[in-house]
Design a binder for this molecule. Structure first.
Ligand SMILES: [Fe+2]
Ligand SMILES: [Fe+2]
Length: 277
């Protein structure tokens, strides 16, 4: 669809019905639980213990941005409403996967989410204005695409077609969010495209410096850095620049390494603890 005054701006939303893909009372067939490779179920549950809530943090970021809504274009606000709708669906989807695999109750998850402390201040640099938010969104969403690609192969894919399908929808939706942010930058902020590369460098440096995730949606990969090769952010930045017509797209083998890389001597990338939820 086109929104607002930008005639060729293609803001889109993937349509999929969570209840059809994974009903709330879905029981994971025992056979998958028994046949998953050793350690995969345990590691997947630890991973979900973080990812479930990072998706829900979108609501916190949205509320913060709505307080500032008078600063933003109607096109941006329209995109953000679709984005929140998807991220809220992702939260519910991951709750269902987590519940089905770990047995953690929905009430416990509600409580865990309520207990989270969300901090905007550490990431305020990326929230300066609509332009910096869109660039950060491209960075974050493309990071999620490759992160979920890895998870699909290492985890979601082991627990049957319904859970695999959830993983596939997550990848497609995060890709769409990346694309929507690109469209808004190309149509609404063309005059600032020259600033994108330097800003991306500052965003990546900030993520490095933070070293942890502050539970306000953006830069959540700060908690996952050990799962990705050292060149991860550099390649993601080149994907963004290419989408905006500012550089060449990385080679297919470079993109593949983003989700297939494993540290030397490991069969799978270690998951790490969940101490910081
Ligand atoms: Fe998401
Ligand atoms: Fe997203």
């Amino acid at each position: 669809m086109s929104i607002g005054q930008y005639a060729d701006c293609k803001i889109s939303q993937n349509q999929w019905d969570l209840d059809q893909v994974l009903p709330r009372n879905y029981q994971v067939p025992d056979s998958y639980l028994r046949t998953a490779p050793p350690g995969v179920l345990e590691n997947f549950c630890r991973l979900l213990g973080r990812d479930v809530f990072s998706e829900a943090d979108a609501g916190v970021l949205y509320e913060y941005l709505m307080v500032r809504r008078s600063e933003f274009s109607s096109e941006f606000l329209g995109m953000l409403a679709l984005w929140l709708n998807d991220e809220t669906k992702h939260y519910e989807a991951l709750r269902r996967v987590y519940h089905g695999l770990s047995g953690v109750s929905y009430g416990t998850m509600d409580r865990q989410f309520r207990d989270r402390v969300h901090e905007i201040e550490p990431i305020v640099m990326v929230l300066q204005d609509e332009f910096t938010i869109l660039v950060t969104m491209m960075f974050d969403e493309m990071g999620s695409v490759y992160s979920y690609r890895r998870d699909l192969r290492e985890y979601y894919g082991h627990f049957g077609p319904a859970i695999r399908k959830v993983g596939q929808h997550l990848i497609q939706d995060e890709g769409m969010h990346f694309n929507n942010a690109a469209e808004l930058l190309l149509h609404g902020h063309r005059d600032r495209l020259g600033e994108v590369e330097a800003l991306l460098g500052r965003i990546a440096a900030l993520e490095d410096r933070l070293g942890k995730y502050y539970k306000t949606f953006f830069l959540d990969h700060a908690q996952e850095q050990f799962r990705f090769p050292p060149q991860f952010n550099g390649v993601i930045i080149r994907v963004i620049l290419a989408r905006l017509g500012l550089g060449a797209r990385p080679e297919p083998r470079e993109l593949k390494a983003l989700w297939q890389w494993v540290p030397e001597g490991c069969r799978l990338v270690p998951i790490g603890g969940v101490s910081d939820q």
